[in-house]
Design a protein around this ligand. Sequence first.
Ligand code: UDX
Length: 480
Amino acid sequence: MSFKKNILCIGAGYVGGPTMAVIAKKCPDCRIVVVDISAERISQWNSDNIPIFEPGLDKIIKETRGGNLFFSTEIEKGIKEADIIFVSVNTPTKTFGEGAGMASDLQYWEKTAHTIVENAESDKIIVEKSTLPVRTAEAMERILKASNRNIKFEVLSNPEFLAEGTAIKDLLEPDRVLIGSHKTEEGLKAAATLVDIYAHWVPKEKIITANLWSAELSKLVANAFLAQRISSINSISALCEKTDADISEISYAVGSDSRIGSKFLKTSVGFGGSCFSKDILNLVYIAQSYNLKEVADYWEMVVKMNDYQKRRFVQKIIKEMFNTVANKKIALFGFAFKADTGDTRDSPAIYITKKLVEERAFVSITDPKALDNARKDLEGIERLAAENGEGSGNSGIADGHGGERVKLVPDPYEAARDAHAIALLTEWVEYKDLDFEKLYRSMKKPAFIFDGRNILDHKKLYEIGFNVYPIGMSHFTHFE
Ligand code: UDX
């Protein structure tokens, strides 16, 4: 069978995998190859056990893989064959040098641009899918045009707005698709080619075209605005705890204003995920580099407020548990940055675990999907405990906990056995339906619950015997 278009996607991660699967399903006239430098990742995509959990993804992969969707490590071959190349390699925050902790680390991305130039034999449309700092397309163009060969590259920006856990739904029914291009004849022609692909299933009025720089910046701004709403409501949650106000009533009342809307006003232990902090800090860095200090400070506060919310949560646990958690067992319910995903990147749980270990608590972590990632995130945490003065002599580690500060326990009942407290960090629905009487019976008394997502039935928990601490509303305790 011959295909109308050959599409290549470089990077088989959270964005590349699901996006290409949906394009493959909706565009049977396109042949799509997804490549990655990690052979292990590609073999997972080719197996029955695909590397990411995303509701509905499995089914689409089964339908399309081997038909018009292929996963491969042959990057050079893929480049030669492709008409359109999506680039969705990771752009983590720089950990070194200029802009460390804020700017994007573009080394993978630059390497990709060089690989494209070296292997291309015909004109290509290059689509930036990774979230990139504004004006990255310009840098990509410079690399691509430096080749002196008679090949034309047209760079488009097509930022991804999917959220994890709802990726397939977001891709099938997007609020909008954004395509940025140069406003030249070639640029507009390339944009039209990409519009045609999305038009296979997205209504035309939802496909927005813009200039390249607007498209790049829109992605950062969308995430900054969403995160800002969460930081705003979280800042008010702290105020509620000092007064008799109730954050859920405030969210409802404020969100009922149609100009404001009800989404992203749920208070929490803080936002996480691969995008929010990273994108805002990127925005801050860009503003700083243009000497826009006030703009940079304004957005940086969104991230600082999030750090404050995480810190506040741990401080509350310590304070309410009689100012010490040393050698107490705390069960963390949920480690993923939100429900319905196994992703733990930037999850508040990482910070909370580390802080509790610093305070010498024993932490047992449970999560339906994220324990493998938790293990990686917490590598070296035993060392952290050691640096904290433990590990030699009379450290108190061995009292029946097997010497391990942190345990990963798939079964929540097992995780909570003999614990002094449960801290709920991720809003998995299954946690609402746990048998809390059974949990209570197996725990040390007085038993505490810190509900970092406000999803539990606080009054009922109180009646069972727990001391209950939600976020941004009155707590229920059995103490005088
Ligand atoms: C986000 C954006 O939504 C998406 O458009 C972008 O492309 C990538 O970043 P994602 O990180 O997958 O997607 O998750 P999202 O559902 O946006 O949640 C982000 C964080 O905010 C989570 O930790 C979530 O628990 C938290 N959150 C969300 C709240 O604390 N309160 C809310 O009301 C909503």
